[in-house]
Design a protein around this ligand. Sequence first.
Ligand code: NI
Length: 136
Amino acid sequence: METVTRIGVSLEPELLRSLDNIIKSEGYTNRSEAIRDIIRKKLIETEWKEDKSTVVGTITMVYDHEIGNVANKLLHIQHEKHANILASTHIHIGEHKCLEVITMQGKAKDIRKLADRLKAIRGVLHSELVTTSKTI
Ligand code: NI
């Protein structure tokens, strides 16, 4: 079992107040849990910036399948980049609208490029890349 190390952190009063506001508004039960999450977020940001390791992430998108052959274009790109795609979930959320979540793995630069290509297709109404990590 992993052990934890207790550390002391010195903060200016204003910064501590801001931290405590985050803890309160986001429902953390203690400062340690909030600080751990902030550190993990920073580590993921760095991992995606450095582009050295294999990262994981998801793209969540909403599109209108009636516009410009969008579903076929999305499918074509996913087949082309199958090595980066772990899974996809397609949900019909309305008569014309689809919600799709694509889980990806690979080099950060490749995943971002893929997310940008998918987002730029006509008919995609909203698309967000969520960046996360296998190593945190
Ligand atoms: Ni659909």
